[in-house]
Ligand binder design. Structure first.
Ligand code: PEP
Length: 250
C-alpha cells in the first residue's frame, strides 16, 4: 500500500447545519489539487444535511455517507429511523455501521449484522466499526473482542468488496488518547488475520479511528498496515482535516 491511496472518512456525529456546508468549499478546492487527487474523501454528516452535502460534492471526487441506518431493508412503521435503501436513494455511497456511540445506545452485534446485510443489499459501502473498551483492554481481551465483533458483524456477508473495517478503540474516541505505534500495528495485524480466516485472499481495507488529529497524524501515517482514517472531531474543521490529509502524504 502506498500513502497515496488513503481513505479519509469524516464523521460529523451530531454536529453541523446548513451553514456548515459553506465550510466545505476549502476541502473541495483542496481535493482538486493534483498532488492530493488520489485521496479518497468521504463525508458523513447528520441525516438533516446529507442532501446538502451530496449537492455540494456533485462533480467532485468527494463522496458522502450516512452515520447509521435501520436494520430493516426498505420501508416500514419505524418512527424516527432511516433505512439503507433511503440512504442510497438520496445519493449516498457509504454508511457507518456499529459505531461505539450507536452500540452504546442499543446496537447489538445481531442488529449490526442486519444493518450491514441491508446496506450491502442496497449497494452501499459499509464502514464497519469495531473496537474494545477500556475495561476489555485492561483485561487483555482486545483480540477476543475484535474477533467476536467481526465474526458476528460479517455473518452471512458475501460481498466483501463493500466492507471497510474501522478499528476504533472505544477509549480512544474523543479522548485525545491513542495507542502506541507498535500496539496499533499489532492490533491491525490481528484484525487482518481474523478477516483472512473469514475470507482468504480478500484484500480488506482497514481504517483506524480514535482521536486522529493534525498533531498525531505524522506518527499514525507511518503505520503501514492502515488504509485510512475515520476522523471525528478534527474533521469538522476544514483546515485541520486538510492538514491531516496533507501530512499523510509525506
Ligand atoms: C469517531 O467518532 O469515529 C471518532 C474517531 O471520533 P474522534 O476522532 O473525535 O475521536
Amino acid at each position: 500500500m502506498t500513502n497515496k491511496y488513503k481513505y479519509f472518512v469524516a464523521n460529523w456525529k451530531m454536529y453541523g447545519n446548513k451553514k456548515s456546508v459553506n465550510s466545505l468549499k476549502k476541502v473541495i478546492k483542496f481535493s482538486k489539487m493534483s498532488k492530493f487527487k488520489t485521496a479518497k474523501i468521504v463525508y458523513c454528516p447528520p441525516y438533516t444535511i446529507l442532501g446538502d452535502f451530496i449537492k455540494k460534492f456533485k462533480n467532485t471526487n468527494i463522496k458522502v455517507g450516512a452515520q447509521d441506518c435501520h436494520f430493516i431493508d426498505g420501508e416500514g412503521p419505524y418512527t424516527g429511523f432511516v433505512s439503507s435503501k433511503m440512504i442510497k436513494q438520496i445519493g449516498s455511497q457509504y454508511v457507518i455501521i456499529g459505531h461505539s456511540e450507536q452500540r452504546k445506545s442499543g446496537d447489538t452485534d445481531i442488529k449490526i449484522n442486519k444493518k450491514i446485510l441491508s446496506s450491502i443489499n442496497n449497494n452501499l459501502n459499509v464502514i464497519f466499526c469495531i473496537g474494545e473498551n477500556l475495561k476489555q483492554k485492561k483485561k487483555n481481551l482486545t483480540k477476543k473482542i475484535l474477533s467476536y465483533q467481526i465474526k458476528k458483524g460479517l455473518n452471512k456477508v458475501k460481498n466483501f468488496n463493500k466492507i471497510f473495517v474501522a478499528y476504533e478503540p472505544v477509549w480512544s474516541i474523543g479522548s485525545g488518547k491513542i495507542q502506541s505505534e507498535k500496539e496499533l500495528f499489532k492490533n491491525i495485524e490481528s484484525i487482518r488475520l481474523i478477516l483472512k480466516n473469514i475470507k482468504n485472499r480478500h484484500q480488506f481495507k482497514i481504517l483506524y479511528g480514535g482521536s486522529v488529529n493534525d498533531k498525531n497524524i505524522n506518527l499514525l501515517s507511518k503505520i503501514k498496515n492502515i488504509d485510512g482514517f475515520l476522523i471525528g472531531g478534527a474533521s469538522q474543521k476544514p483546515n485541520k482535516f486538510i492538514d491531516i490529509i496533507k501530512k499523510s502524504y509525506i
